[in-house]
Write a protein that binds this ligand. Sequence first.
Ligand code: CP
Length: 307
Amino acid sequence: MKWERKDILGIKELSVEEIQLILDTAESFLEVSTREIKKVPTLRGKTIINFFVEASTRTRTSFEIAGKRLSADTINISASTSSLVKGETLADTAKNLEAMNPDAIVIRHSCAGTPHMLARLVKQSIINAGDGAHEHPSQALLDMMTIRSRKGSLSGLNVSIVGDIAHSRVARSNIYGLNKMGARVTVAGPATMIPRDIRELGVKVSFKMDEALLDADVVMMLRIQTEREKQSIFPSLREYSTFYGLNKENIKKAKEDVLVMHPGPVNRGVEISPEIADGSHSVIMEQVTNGVAVRMALLYLLTGAAA
Ligand code: CP
C-alpha cells in the first residue's frame, strides 16, 4: 500500500494495513542501528523538530536518534527553554515553527488533543509523542512490533494490561492497536484505576491480578501516573504492590513463555519486582531498541521519502 496520511495522531484512526506497513518498515530499519556507522542518507535535507512540552527520556531521545540515523536535521525544543515561558501561545509557537519550514514536528503535551490542534494549524506532518491521558501511538507501535517479532503474530494472543488504565495513554493506544490486530485484551487494576466505560473499547476487565495473569501470552505493566491524578487513588504503594505488582510468584499463573513488557519509566518494587523487570521473560529493553526503528519508520513514511 502507498502511505497517504499526513499526521500520526493516534492508533484509533489507523487501518490494519497502515499498522502493518509501519511495523514492516520499522523491521527493515532495525539493522541500521547495528551497523558500525549507524547512518543512512534516506532523509538527507529533511528537518524534524522535536517539541516536548512534557518530560520524556525514551520517546524524545529515540525520535532524535531516529532522525539522525536517517540523516535528517533534528532540532529539540523543550517548554522551559522556549518562548512559552514568556507567554507565547502554543498556536503562535507552532505557526512560527511552521514558518521555518521543517518537514515534521513531533509534539508531546500534557493536554489531550494538542497534536490534533497543531495538525489543523500547520502544513507540516505532526506526530503525537503523547498527549495527556489520550494516546501515545509510537509507543503502541513499538509494543506491537516487539510482540510480533517474539510471537510471530498478534492475532489470537491474550494480552493483559495491568495498572493505572484510567490515566494511561499507552493503555489506550495499545487497546486500539491490539484489538485491530486480533489480540484479546484484558485490562486489570483497582476499580479507581479502571474507567467505567472501558469495556466499550472491546476489552475484558478484571480487578484481580491472578485472574488477569491466567493464560496471558503478554503482560504489560503500567506505572501509576501520579502526575495526572487529581487525588490519591490507592491507599499506599505497598498495598498497591501487594495486590497488583508483578512478581516471581504470581507470574507463574501466566503462560510459560509469557512476555513481560513495560513502557517505562519503571517504578521497581511497585508495579514490577526488580527480578521480573530484569528477568528472562522481560522484553523491556527490546521495546526501547524497537522504539528507534518504529520512529525511523514514522519519519520516513510521513516526510514523503517513501513516495
Ligand atoms: N514510554 C515513554 O513514553 O517514556 P518517556 O516518558 O521516557 O518518553
